[in-house]
Each structure stands twice: as C-alpha cells, then as structure tokens.
Design a protein around this ligand. Structure first.
Ligand SMILES: [Zn+2]
Ligand SMILES: [Zn+2]
Length: 454
C-alpha cells in the first residue's frame, strides 16, 4: 500500500462562501468506530481540523459558530470511490457541479469519478481539464479515474504513467469489463510498479450478453434474458489469481452475487491484495422489484436474489466487503422511461445512501450503526486516501445527521441533475443536515437552522 493521501489533496472549489471559521458542534452524539469515540461531546473544528473533543458544554471558543447538536449525531463523513459525473459529454445528465453537490447533500466528503465519459478519459490532457474544472465547480473534493485501456476498447493499455503523472487517482474501465486476461495482466504489472489502484467492473460478456436483469426465477417468469451471477464471480476469480501472480492489488467494484463474496473471501484468506465494494441498492433490494417492470430497478450488475443480498450483508458485517459505494449513475428520462429491455443500466444514489442503509438495515437491527458508518468511508484507504477520522489533529471530514428525521426521497427534488432513483417516493429515516469536507462546510440542509456565533 503506497502512502495514503489526505482527502484535501483532491480537487474542489474549497468552500461556498462560508468562512473557514471555527465551528462547535455542541453536545453531539459522536460516533467513530475507527477511533473508538462513542458518546456525547462538544466537537470543535478549527483551521480545518478536528481541534477538540470535550465533555458536552465544555468547549468555549470565542468567535465560533455554535451548532446546537443535542439529539443529533456526528460521524466521520462518507467517501464514495465509485460515482459517474458524466463529464465530459453528457452534461444533460450530470456534471461536476451537480454531482458533487449531490455528494455533499448525501454526507460525502469526497468522491472518485469513473472514466467512461463521452469520450472516455484516457489522456493526460483530459485529466488536467477535469481537475481544473473541479477546482472551479466541485462542492466536495473529487478525484478522477483514467481508463485502463485506450478508448475503453479493452485492447491497448492507456498511457498509464503519463495519466498518473497528470493526477489520475487510479485506473478503471468501469462500465465495461476488461475481457482479455493478457491486457489485465499487463495492467496489473503496471499497478504493482506505480501503486495507483485499479478498479474493476467484473463481468464476462460471453455469459452476460443480451441480459437485462438477474438470471433467476423472476427473469424466467417475465421471459426477460438474464445476467447470471457467474458472469461476475468467474471474472473476480480470474483477476484475483492474476493479481496474486503479479503481486498486484485490485479493487472490485459493485459486488452483487453470493459467489462473488465467497470468491473474495477465499482470495483474501490466501493473502491476495483485493478490496471490494457493495452498493446500497444491492444491499437492500432484490430482483423481485423487477416484477413491476419498472426500469428504475435496472442496473449492471443487476439486483439479484435474496440469498445474494444476504451474502452481501454478511460480507459487509465481516469486513470481506470493505466499503459501501453508490455507483451513482445518472441517466436522462429518455434513457430510462422505456421498456426494461431497452432501458439504460444505472441509478443515482448519493443523496439516499445513508438514509436507505439506516432505514432498511440499521433500524431493523440487521447491521450495527458503527459498521455502517465505518463502511461508508471504507473506500478511502483501498483507493489511496486517509480515511476520515474523528480525533484531535485529524482533517475535519464530518457529517451531521438527524437519525430521527423522516423524509420522502425525492419529494423536494434532487441535487443531482438526474432523477433515476430506485428509492424515489420511499419514506426514509435519517437525514444528513450538514457536511464538512476537508475542513470546510460543504453542505447545509435547507430546513436546518444555522448555528449562532457566540
Ligand atoms: Zn460497473
Ligand atoms: Zn459504475
């Protein structure tokens, strides 16, 4: 593992007019499983850092903005290693400004954007242009992946050294698998030399071609071509072995199948450097949703069966799955409001991630809150960044949450430019009120009363 970088080393516009002043979260329920903090505290943010963690009511700093956080919770902010910001090329669906605003609204202090744009991000000039735009527009720190292969064609490696030099955070052809084992091997040789992460969308197109939804009872009943779980797990097994052989490190994206979880477990037990993620939709929904023929439930990998969902939950609990990632994938209504077979794959997810997991898995007692909080920022370290922590001296990456608040997803609109959420209309518990990213206030919920200067 190379040296981990602070989240503030990513590009963003800094702050939105809020002075980088002193903040006190007064009497908040502070929870950070990494540092073991769990209880009522005053938390002081100064000079972009967590400056103090005192007994409730004890912090007293002149000129500070005091936020009455009694009954509210403060966690390390979330970090999403897998989002699609659709820039360049599909700014009608999302851009850096709207996508990063959605991230801030969801409690994320940093996101990493995939390279399957139009055209794909595969030159140093592309990376430089995106980074410059992020410095002007991004509401939270944003990093940019570059393609593993030129034009995402799966044949020739991109200029990986040059792309790394220009500030790409890693390499991924996400959206498409790398089907050639020879190309994968060469990419992982480079990974080992250069250290930057390689993130993999695992799918064997020979097995998945033509499929729209999970291959199982529902696809058979509906007569819709299926995508079998083994199209994912067999490729993970192949790439884990190539990574082991080349002593390289891989990050597997959006695990969906129980065979994939066990494949990752076996690889980890054998000492392979492999990390992986699961999405809120795969953790909380199954292919039963497709009986409605609603295209909002169509994504790749597809929603799978209940046994798969249970395996993902167990993997998240045990740590076999390192992190929750949204795979936030905005699409225009023209691409989604069509029959299932014709609809584009993908759902947005940044603004609902915490609330969905909290409502569906924490409140019913399926997962512990601490586990969820840890996994929601668990993508930072495997991708090369310091995980957000709550302890004096740490960069302030914090989220303020009202776990009692109820809201209807999408009722007040979305910060994302697209509205293809598979959770729209659901009553959710737990609302992000404020996000502090790299020491600056990146987001305040509209209905949340501002603190007062003391
Ligand atoms: Zn993917
Ligand atoms: Zn993706």
């Amino acid at each position: 593992m190379p040296d981990l970088r602070p989240i503030s080393s990513l590009d963003w516009r800094g702050f939105d007019g809020d002075p980088a002043g002193i903040l006190i979260f007064r009497n908040a329920k502070v929870l950070d499983p990494r540092t073991g903090v769990d209880g009522a505290h005053d938390l002081v943010v100064r000079d972009g850092e967590v400056a103090e963690l005192t007994a409730p009511g004890a912090a007293d700093v002149a000129g500070a903005e005091t936020i009455d956080a009694e009954g509210l919770s403060v966690y390390p902010a979330f970090f999403d290693p897998h989002v699609h910001l659709r820039t360049p090329g599909r700014e009608d669906e999302e851009d850096i400004e709207t996508g990063s605003r959605a991230a801030a609204a969801g409690g994320f202090c940093g996101v990493l954007a995939m390279a399957n744009t139009e055209p794909p991000v595969d030159t140093a000039a592309d990376i430089s242009a995106l980074r410059e735009r992020a410095r002007e527009q991004a509401a939270v720190p944003v990093g940019f992946f570059a393609c593993v292969t030129r034009g995402m064609e799966g044949r020739e490696l991109s200029e990986m050294a040059e792309l790394a030099e220009s500030g790409a955070v890693g390499f991924s052809d996400d959206g498409l698998p790398i089907t050639s084992a020879r190309v994968m091997r060469r990419a992982l040789r480079y990974q080992r030399l250069a250290g930057l992460p390689v993130a993999l969308h695992e799918e064997d197109p020979e097995l998945s071609a033509g499929g729209s939804i999970h291959e199982g009872v529902v696809s058979a009943t509906l007569g819709i071509a299926g995508i079998p779980s083994i199209s994912e797990s067999t490729m993970i097994a192949r790439d884990a072995q190539i990574a082991a052989y080349e002593e390289a490190r891989i990050h597997v994206q959006h695990l969906s199948a129980r065979e994939s979880v066990s494949t990752v477990e076996v690889a980890k037990a054998a000492g392979v450097e492999i990390s992986c993620e699961a999405t809120p939709h795969h953790l909380t929904l199954t292919d039963e949703e497709l009986r409605s023929l609603d295209s909002r439930f169509k994504m790749n990998p597809p929603l799978r069966a209940e046994a798969d969902r249970q395996a993902l939950i167990e993997g998240l609990r045990s740590g076999a799955i390192d992190c929750i990632a949204t795979d936030h994938a905005p699409h225009s209504s023209e691409e989604k409001e069509v029959p299932v077979e014709e609809a584009a794959f993908g759902v947005i997810g940044l603004e609902t991630a915490f609330s969905v997991i909290y409502t569906e898995l924490v409140l019913p007692g399926v997962l512990e809150l601490g586990t969820v909080v840890e996994r929601l920022s668990g993508g930072a370290e495997p991708l090369g960044f310091l995980a957000p922590r709550i302890e004096p001296g740490a960069e302030a990456n914090l989220v303020l949450v009202d776990t009692k608040a109820e809201w209807e997803a999408g009722a007040e609109g979305w910060d994302s430019r697209s509205d293809n959420s598979c959770f729209a209309g659901r009553r959710l518990r737990g609302r992000v009120l404020m996000t502090v990213a790299a020491g600056r206030v990146a987001y305040r919920q509209r209905s949340f009363a501002l603190g007062v200067a003391s």
